[in-house]
Design a protein around this ligand. Structure first.
Ligand code: KDG
Ligand code: MG
Length: 404
């Protein structure tokens, strides 16, 4: 019987930090999984190295569901971002191996293509509205059909989603201690509808327009913002309130018909069960890497399909190309796909991750190589050592900590 002979973690920072799991079988087949949890990378690396990798050696790599259940139920301690990211990395690496052994791209193992391509949205930002409009134009010129628009909030020095002065990161990270930003809800609620209205005025209604609130409002504030945005016909309003409070979405729903999307911080089906079964959202944004891998993400998406909720997976630059490839295989195959976030990866990521996915006319395709279609160059990875970073922390004007 073919068995797993080695499972090993690679931590590398080609442009930003990524944690990658490499699983090798007795037949010499290698599978890759992404285990990156931005800002808490080493917790997942240690969970894998100390607690999971030793359990994998000797197991049958083709028993993917059994391994998932073994790691989830066997730990006794369930769910949580660290555990579920670690399980996801194993799961994705095993699907990669299965595809390579079968000689098929993973999407064919998942039932085959249910569409020709994966509609993606990009992220356009600016220090002010004119700069944002230039950035939207740049993305539209590149062929994007869906754009998420974010601009700085007037009067606030730094805002989520707007690049740092070096222009490289849209979520600024600092080294030893997190940066602290000031947050004020009132100017945001005034400026966001104006900013999105300006995008519609310049580009019309021919592009899909999205906006990320990043969990910073109360339910009634989110209801008001959703209502104010209705004339701009958003594709979605993302993460309006802190996501762990599922019942809060009942309040938002009572006040607006702007479509709602949430889920990038979720790691299991239990985090979104109420949101889906009560039809409180329109898009579920769980990702392969943070929600238990291909096996568990498909379960979430199948539940969502029963309730008319479509998918919209998180796909930031802080998930590795292995994660994006896995997402694309799922996206291509599920019936209720909605849209996929695509932030791209900052160089020199392509020195470490050789990818097979392609972008054309607003759509991504995972390619037809066996497995996921991504290979990792370990020698290149070794050239980019871990670079500890922290996500920022928001404080309100009175000094209290707020959602970032
Ligand atoms: O690590 C945190 C980022 O992934 C998050 O801030 C990005 O909200 C985000 C998005 O929608 O991509
Ligand atoms: Mg988001």
């Amino acid at each position: 019987m073919t068995t797993i002979t080695e499972a090993r973690v690679i931590v590398t920072a080609p442009g930003r930090n990524y944690v990658t799991l490499k699983i090798t079988t007795s037949d010499g087949v290698v599978g890759w999984g992404d285990a990156t949890l931005n800002g808490r990378e080493l917790a997942v690396a240690a969970y894998l190295t100390e607690h999971v990798c030793p359990l994998l050696v000797g197991r049958d790599p083709a028993r993917i569901e059994d391994t998932w259940q073994f790691l989830y139920k066997g730990a006794y301690w369930r769910r949580g971002p660290v555990t579920m990211t670690a399980i996801a990395a194993v799961d994705v690496a095993l699907w990669d191996i299965l595809g390579k052994v079968a000689g098929l791209p993973v999407y064919k193992l998942l039932g085959g293509a249910a569409r020709d391509g994966v509609l993606v949205y990009c992220h356009a930002t600016g220090e002010d509205v004119p700069a944002l409009l230039d950035d939207v134009a740049r993305h539209v010129d590149q062929g994007y059909l869906a754009v998420r628009a974010q601009a700085a909030v007037p009067g606030l020095a730094k805002t989520y989603g707007v690049p740092t002065p070096d222009g490289k990161l849209y979520e600024p990270a600092s080294s030893a201690l997190p940066e602290e930003h000031l947050w004020d809800t009132a100017p945001y609620l005034r400026s966001a509808p104006e900013m999105l209205g300006a995008v519609r005025e310049r580009f019309g209604f021919g592009i899909h327009l999205l906006h990320d609130v990043h969990h910073r409002l109360t339910p009634i504030e989110a209801g008001r913002l959703g209502r104010d945005l209705e004339p701009h016909r958003l594709f979605w309003m993302e993460d309006p309130t802190p996501a762990e409070d599922q019942a809060a979405f009942r309040v938002i729903r009572q006040h607006t018909t702007t479509p709602l999307a949430v889920g990038e911080v979720f790691n299991s089906i239990w985090d979104c069960q109420q949101l889906i079964t009560e039809r409180l959202i329109d898009y579920i944004r769980t990702s392969v890497t943070h929600a238990g891998g291909i096996t568990h993400l498909r379960r979430i998406f199948a539940l969502a399909d029963l309730y008319g909720v479509r998918t919209g997976s998180h796909g930031p630059g802080d998930l590795s190309p292995v994660s994006l490839a896995a997402a694309l295989h799922v996206d291509l195959s599920v019936p209720n796909f909605g849209i996929q976030e695509f932030m791209g990866h900052r160089e020199p990521a392509s020195e470490v991750f050789r990818t097979g996915y392609t972008f054309e006319n607003g759509y991504l395709h995972p390619g037809d190589e066996p497995g996921l279609g991504v290979e990792v160059d370990e020698e290149a990875a070794a050239r980019f050592p871990y670079d500890p970073r922290q996500l920022p922390v928001n404080r309100r004007l009175d000094g209290s900590v707020h959602d970032w």
